[in-house]
Design a protein around this ligand. Structure first.
Ligand code: ADP
Ligand code: MG
Length: 292
């Protein structure tokens, strides 16, 4: 593309909240055929709310929520914020935590009021050798609604589950439709479990799902698709997503997310709005066809 048409395109993009790093990013985006999108914060609002607390016989709902929320005060994950806010909304008094530990993509653990608490996904439970079958059907039902379910363990005993709901962005379905019409195949990659991920994907008409993906696996997925000859754009918001954004033909950062994601991206969507991907794609095609 000529310098002039590129300048016009980047200027027009900026007005619409689509920041394009350079001519190369714009040209490469015109040739992309596959778009990988992170779920949380990209397709969904990224502001999950506590929706369900399920307990067994031996513990009260109040105790489960109090200890879980106390522990999650040490985490910056959106799920953690949802649990803390949920407990605060119920007026619960949170306790101090010692031996706090967070495992990326899995969950958190620590000691609260003398109880060893573990809170996280099935992978975390598996690592700890904890049988989740006691709450499996409840967890599956919540996941089928697109909610994220987390297991809660007190002193090595599975004591309940909690779920958070993260609504899909208002324009996500229409943006996905427009991107399909623009010839893109769309793959969702998420650290969330398969059932939850598929429920969200079905709602949005996404072509394929990679669930239970650890942060380092998102980069591997980008590399795997590129090795097969795909021209890959990756959209994400988190610190976790930065390596995958950097490995893609074009990285697309949601401007509402982490700074490091934006530093790794060729395109930044200022308002975190998926419609920005549609606009960027149209801009890229218009700019390239102008100079042919
Ligand atoms: P995503 O790719 O959707 O942004 P993450 O990789 O950040 O998801 O997290 C993957 C999964 O790990 C979550 O769905 C959750 O089950 C579990 N997890 C991560 N952090 C926490 C936490 N602080 N508390 C509970 N569960 C967590
Ligand atoms: Mg995310």
């Amino acid at each position: 593309a000529t310098p002039m048409s590129i300048m016009t395109a980047t200027g027009r993009g900026a007005q619409a909240g689509v920041l394009i790093r350079d001519a190369e990013a714009l040209e490469r985006f015109a040739g992309v055929d596959t778009l990988i999108v992170d779920k949380t914060g990209t397709l969904t609002e990224g502001r999950p709310r506590l929706s369900d607390v399920v307990v067994g016989e031996e513990v009260t709902r109040e105790r489960l929520l109090t200890l879980a929320a106390s522990l999650e005060r040490g985490s910056e994950h959106p799920l953690a914020e949802a649990i803390v806010e949920g407990a605060e909304a119920e007026g619960l008094t949170l306790a101090d935590v010692s031996d706090f530990d967070a495992v990326t993509g899995k969950g958190v653990s620590g000691t609260v009021s003398g109880t060893r608490v573990k809170l996280g996904n099935a992978a975390m439970m598996k690592d700890a050798g904890i049988d989740t079958s006691g709450f499996a059907s409840e967890a599956e039902a919540l996941q089928s609604e697109g909610k994220t379910a987390m297991f809660v363990v007190f002193d090595g005993v599975l004591s309940g589950i909690m779920a958070v709901a993260d609504p899909v962005k208002e324009n996500a379905a229409s943006a996905i439709r427009a991107l399909h019409e623009n010839g893109l195949k769309i793959i969702m990659a998420t650290g969330d479990n398969r059932r939850t991920a598929e429920a969200v994907a079905r709602k949005l008409g996404i072509d394929a799902v990679r669930a239970d993906v650890l942060p380092e696996d998102k980069k591997a997925l980008v590399e795997e698709l590129r090795a097969k000859g795909a021209k890959v754009a990756m959209a994400g918001d988190g610190v976790n997503d930065a390596p995958a954004l950097a490995a893609a033909d074009v990285g697309i950062a949601m401007g509402t997310g982490a700074d490091v994601a934006m530093q790794s991206a060729g395109i930044t969507l200022v308002k975190g709005d998926l419609g920005g991907i549609v606009r960027a794609r149209r801009l890229a095609h218009a700019t390239l066809s102008n100079i042919k």
